[in-house]
Design a protein around this ligand. Structure first.
Ligand code: NAD
Length: 358
C-alpha cells in the first residue's frame, strides 16, 4: 500500500454538521459512531432546545452565523458557543449541510470560500451540487468530489430496491418504473404541516421523486405520482416495474435478491402480523436505535408479485432516518477512504449497531 493510502486509511475525518435538526442530530450520532470520523462541531441558529442534546453528547456547539450578537445570544441562555460558522469551517474536512432546504446556495458559497468539502440533503436540488449520491447507485462516481447531495428519503428508498432489480436484468434489456409515493404529512416533531384530514395530491406530474432517482441512476427510466396523507410515521411506495422480455426472474428470485441486499428488510406481513406502517415502526422501536429509527427499507414479502413482465411491490420508508447511514458512506466516498460501497455500508452499519449496543 502506498504511503498516501496508509495515511488516508489511518486519519480521522473531521466532520461538521450545519443545522442540528431532525436530520442533523441523527447524522451527528451516525458519524460519532464511526472509528474513522469525529464530530468537530454542530451548529444551531439560536439557543433553542436542541442545544441541550449537543451539550449532552459533548458535541462542540457553534452558531450557524458569524454575527457577534447571534453568537453572544448562546452565552445569554447558558450555552458555551465556540464561535460562528467560519470558525467551524476552519477546523473541519467535510461539512454536512442539514439546513431546512432551499438555503443551500448561500451556504455552498461559504463552504467553497473556506475550501471545505460539503454534503447537502434532498431538500436541495441536484443543480446546486451537480452530483447526487446513494450508496448502492453511484458511490464510485462520488469518489473525491468536493460537493454532493444525498438524495431525499423517498429517492433513497427507490434506489435501495430498484438498483438490485436493474442489476439482475442488466444485459437483457432495460426496466421502466411507475411509482406512487404515499407520503407522510409531517415529521412527528413538526406542528406546522398538514393535511390532518384530507388526502392531498401533488399536482405537479410527475412528482420530483422518480426523476430524482435518475440523478444517481440515469439508466432506470422512472416516473412517479405523489399524495400526502394524514400520518407522521413513514412514507409508503406502491411500485410497478416493467421488466424486459426474457428477464428470467420470478417472485422468489426477486425476494431472495432483496433479502441479500444491505439496508433492505423483507418480512411476511400476514405471518408476522406486521400489516401496516404502524407495526413496522413498532418493529423499529424494538430494534433499539435512538429515536426508534429504521435505516432499512421495509418490503412486505406477501405484497410482492411478478406477473409476466411486470413486478408489483410495496415498500415503507422511515423518512427521518433512511438517509442517515448514506451520509456516512458519502463522506467516505468524498474523502476516498473507501472505494467499495458495500464495504462502506458494512462498516457504517456495524459501527452504528455497536454504538447503540444492538
Ligand atoms: P429541520 O427543520 O428539522 O432542521 C433544520 C435545522 O437547520 C434546524 O435546526 C434549523 O434551525 C437549522 N437552520 C435554519 N437555517 C439554517 C441555515 N441557513 N444554515 C444552517 N442551518 C440552518 O429540517 P430537517 O427535516 O432536518 O431537514 C434537513 C434537510 O434534510 C432538508 O434538505 C430536508 O429536505 C432533508 N430531509 C429531511 C427528511 C425528513 O424527513 N425530515 C428526510 C430526508 C431528507
Amino acid at each position: 500500500m502506498a504511503f498516501s493510502e496508509v495515511y488516508l486509511n489511518q486519519m480521522t475525518i473531521k466532520v461538521a454538521i450545519n443545522g442540528f435538526g431532525t436530520i442533523g442530530k441523527r447524522v451527528a450520532d451516525a458519524v460519532d459512531a464511526q472509528e474513522d470520523m469525529e464530530i468537530v462541531g454542530v451548529t444551531k441558529t439560536s439557543p433553542s432546545f436542541g442545544c441541550q442534546l449537543a451539550v449532552r453528547k459533548g458535541y462542540p456547539l457553534y452558531c450557524t452565523f458569524d454575527e457577534e450578537d447571534k453568537i453572544a445570544a448562546f452565552a445569554g441562555a447558558g450555552y458555551v458557543c465556540k464561535g460562528g460558522l467560519s470558525e467551524l469551517l476552519s477546523i473541519c474536512d467535510v461539512i454536512v449541510d442539514c439546513s431546512p432546504g432551499k438555503v443551500g446556495a448561500e451556504n455552498l458559497e461559504k463552504y467553497q470560500n473556506a475550501g471545505v468539502k460539503s454534503i447537502f440533503q434532498g431538500g436541495e436540488k441536484h443543480a446546486l451540487t451537480g452530483k447526487s449520491y446513494t450508496s448502492s447507485a453511484n458511490h464510485i462516481e462520488n469518489l473525491g468530489v468536493n460537493c454532493t447531495r444525498v438524495v431525499s428519503c423517498n429517492t433513497t428508498g427507490l434506489s435501495r430496491t430498484l438498483v438490485p432489480i436493474y442489476e439482475l436484468v442488466q444485459g437483457k434489456g432495460s426496466i421502466s418504473v411507475n411509482s406512487v409515493m404515499i407520503r407522510r404529512a409531517a415529521d412527528p416533531g413538526d406542528s406546522s404541516k398538514g393535511p390532518i384530514n384530507a388526502i392531498k395530491p401533488v399536482l405537479k406530474v410527475p412528482s420530483h421523486h422518480g426523476p430524482d432517482l435518475m440523478t444517481v441512476k440515469p439508466e432506470i427510466d422512472i416516473t412517479s405520482l405523489a399524495v400526502a396523507v394524514p400520518t407522521t410515521i413513514m412514507h409508503l411506495h406502491a411500485i410497478t416495474v416493467n421488466l424486459p422480455l426474457g428477464h428470467g426472474l420470478s417472485t422468489e428470485k426477486v425476494l431472495e435478491t432483496w433479502k441479500n441486499t444491505q439496508r433492505v428488510i423483507v418480512m411476511n406481513g400476514t405471518k408476522n402480523k406486521i400489516t401496516s406502517t404502524a407495526e413496522v415502526m413498532e418493529l423499529a422501536r424494538d430494534i433499539g436505535r435512538k429515536w426508534g429509527d429504521l435505516h432499512e427499507i421495509f418490503v412486505w414479502e406477501d405484497g410482492v408479485s411478478l406477473q409476466d413482465n411486470t413486478l408489483y411491490y410495496f415498500q415503507a420508508i422511515h423518512q427521518e432516518s433512511d438517509v442517515i447511514p448514506e451520509n456516512v458512506d458519502a463522506i467516505r466516498a468524498m474523502m476516498e477512504t473507501e472505494t467499495d460501497w458495500k464495504a462502506s455500508v458494512e462498516k457504517t452499519d456495524r459501527a452504528i449497531s455497536a454504538y447503540y449496543g444492538i
